[in-house]
Design a protein around this ligand. Structure first.
Ligand SMILES: C[S@@+](CC[C@H](N)C(=O)[O-])C[C@H]1O[C@@H](n2cnc3c(N)ncnc32)[C@H](O)[C@@H]1O
Length: 266
């Protein structure tokens, strides 16, 4: 059977462009036990005012704005046009933060160098093993010795599976939005994640879009090994952070200045 998509039958849309429309709505409206976006406190914790930050896969810019508010200069790379559009709209309303932000399509330029803190929030599941290893090598070239890297989505390595269930629900401007998701294992390292977005007015559906994307497992031992190979040393996780979160330090060269290994929420 054909997969329903959010656009014309001729060209399947980038799922992230569809997701961008709803992303911030549901980031604040996760149903109990379901996480729809990365933990902002965990990722903001290591940043310090004045840091040069690299936000890889910056989405709608929620974290990037928070880090710019802290006084960081934030270099954002994001492949989805829809996600960038939401971020740009926020930046155009906050010129003081836009002045400390660079927002580019992923791959538009090489990564900056001399980065104090790099983060990949909610991104690793989008990459297969070779792309993940390439990313770690690229990040090792970007982050200065002693600088920090934060990642999430690490698991035991098994594909996650669940039947269609409500992940979040919220009412905004008189319209009720519901997100339902399911996850199906395709291989021992890949899964198909479906997201069904419904908007209803007085119980009548006025908009419905379903997107499906392939995601990859992020096995903890493999990631630990790959980070070490790329030149990152794992730090003990600060207490109270999500289990899937990891913080690492770019191994020192001459004159390396270590950042404190804090990841505690501000
Ligand atoms: C779950 S969202 C997280 C967005 C944002 N980091 C946040 O914390 O809200 C995953 C993001 O990764 C981006 N992404 C997917 N594949 C990517 C890739 N190969 N390189 C960089 N970003 C990617 C998506 O477009 C999407 O914006």
């Amino acid at each position: 059977m054909e997969e329903p998509t959010g656009g014309s039958a001729l060209a399947a849309p980038d799922p992230y462009d569809v997701m961008a429309y709803y992303y911030d709505l549901f980031a604040r409206a996760s149903a109990a036990g379901h996480q729809t976006s990365p933990n902002g406190d965990a990722f903001a914790g290591p940043a310090r005012a004045g840091d040069v930050v690299l936000d890889f896969g910056s989405g709608t810019g929620t974290l990037a704005l928070r880090l710019a508010e802290l006084g960081c200069t934030v270099h954002c790379f994001e492949p989805s046009r829809g996600m960038r559009a939401v971020h740009l709209a926020k930046l155009s309303a906050r010129p003081e933060l836009a002045a400390r932000t660079v927002l580019l399509p992923a791959g538009a330029t090489g990564l900056p160098t001399g980065v104090d803190y790099a983060l990949c929030a909610g991104v690793l599941q989008c990459l297969d093993g070779p792309d993940r290893r390439k990313l770690f090598a690229d990040l090792a070239g970007a982050v200065r010795p002693g600088g920090l890297l934060a990642l999430d989505m690490l698991t035991d390595g098994r594909p996650s599976t669940w039947e269609l269930r409500t992940a979040a629900r919220t009412t905004v401007a008189g319209v009720e939005y519901r997100l339902r998701t399911s996850s199906e294992a395709l291989t021992d390292s890949t899964m198909r994640r479906r997201a069904e977005y419904t908007a209803s007015l007085d119980g009548r559906t006025v908009q419905q879009e379903t997107v499906s994307r392939m995601l990859f497992t992020v096995p903890r031992p493999a990631v630990h090994r790959e980070l070490a190979e790329a030149g990152f040393a794992l730090l003990d996780p600060p207490p109270g952070l999500p289990e899937d979160f990891v913080l690492a330090r770019r191994s020192g060269g001459p004159g390396a200045v270590d950042r404190p290994p804090t990841g505690a929420a501000r």
